[in-house]
Design a protein around this ligand. Structure first.
Ligand code: NAD
Length: 294
């Protein structure tokens, strides 16, 4: 078993660090929050006083931070000065592709190896160790990161070169945002046309309109498998996080000169939803702004 540095013990990182400890690793954990540090300690990690201390002597250094600016700051101000060249640096945060590439290049210039490894799956999957990781970096870097990621997830996929993990994440979530809005619209229209929601589900879930948004996460209460719709749109994947991912996707689209009109519309709708004070609700709750009656 290895010594692992873990920085960022929030909603996601807390459970991920706990799973590394459960798998026998010596986890040196750091967060700016005392509460997060106390939780990590209770989960079997050793709280330390700084990110540099977490990185010192570690074979793997995992970061799970809010955004690109936090990752860049922790890498440049703490990890570059303290990580050993034999360590693998694994950033699991969802950040913009450009920062992910820049950070990996800066690491390489310091003789360090870094991968971007954002996740699919929410807090429940982080706690259960059933996340999906999409990894950007060389084949050699992927091979070094994979055993640690396997301790925290059910699937670890090599997406390609540095930044490819983040690219996969935002492209996937752009599909998700757009299909959720389309699914919500279809259920509202079906209802207005006098079609029973269950009947429409039974048809669409085995027809060409089928998607994960319908069959795994149906936005209608009492229809399909259990989902946040059954819990008044609480829990699940917060609309604010969907908006974050859609903003990253639109930023990448603009930088790469890609036309993404559906993604842009989904971003606009989630922006309005969050601005109206619903950012903490599950993202399927957007159906309420589309005229849902039931
Ligand atoms: P969070 O805000 O709960 O946790 C982030 C943690 O980072 C906090 O505890 C904060 O104190 C800590 N932090 C910030 N700056 C720091 C620094 N300089 N040094 C040390 N610690 C620092 O966020 P989260 O929900 O755990 O999400 C983390 C990342 O995972 C984000 O990039 C998010 O987009 C992504 N993500 C979240 C979910 C989800 O469902 N929550 C799902 C997939 C991906």
């Amino acid at each position: 078993m290895a010594r692992v540095g873990f920085i960022g013990l929030g909603n996601m990182g807390g459970g991920m660090a706990a799973n590394l400890a459960k798998n026998g690793h010596d986890v040196r954990a750091f967060d700016l929050s005392e509460e997060a540090l106390a939780k990590a300690k209770a989960a079997g990690c050793l709280p330390v006083a700084s990110a540099a201390e977490a990185a010192d002597g570690a074979e793997a250094i995992v970061t799970m931070l809010p955004a690109g600016k936090h990752v860049e700051q922790v890498y440049t101000e703490s990890l570059f000065g303290s990580a050993s060249p034999s360590a693998i640096l694994i950033d699991c945060s969802t950040i913009d592709v450009a920062t992910a590439k820049r950070v990996a290049e800066a690491a390489a210039a310091k003789g360090l190896t870094a991968v971007d490894a954002p996740v699919s799956g929410g807090i429940a999957a982080a706690n259960a160790g059933t996340l999906t990781f999409m990894v950007g970096g060389s084949a050699e870097a992927f091979a070094r990161a994979e055993p640690f990621l396997s301790n925290m997830g059910k699937a670890v996929i090599h997406a390609g070169i540095s930044g490819a993990g983040q690219a996969a994440k935002i492209c996937n979530n752009m599909i998700l945002g757009a299909t959720m809005v389309a699914t919500c619209e279809a259920f509202v229209l079906a209802e207005k046309l006098g079609l029973d929601a269950q009947a429409f589900y039974d048809i669409a879930s085995v027809s060409s309109g089928q998607s994960w948004s319908i069959t795994s996460y149906c936005p209608i209460r009492g229809v399909g498998p259990q989902s946040p719709a059954d819990n008044d749109y609480q829990g699940g994947f917060a609309a604010a996080l969907m908006l974050k991912d859609l903003r990253l996707a639109m930023e990448a689209a603009e930088q790469s000169g890609t036309q993404t009109p559906m993604g842009a519309k989904a971003r606009e709708l989630y922006e309005a939803f969050a601005d109206a004070g619903h950012g903490g609700q599950d993202f399927s709750g957007i159906i309420r702004t589309l005229g849902q009656r039931t």
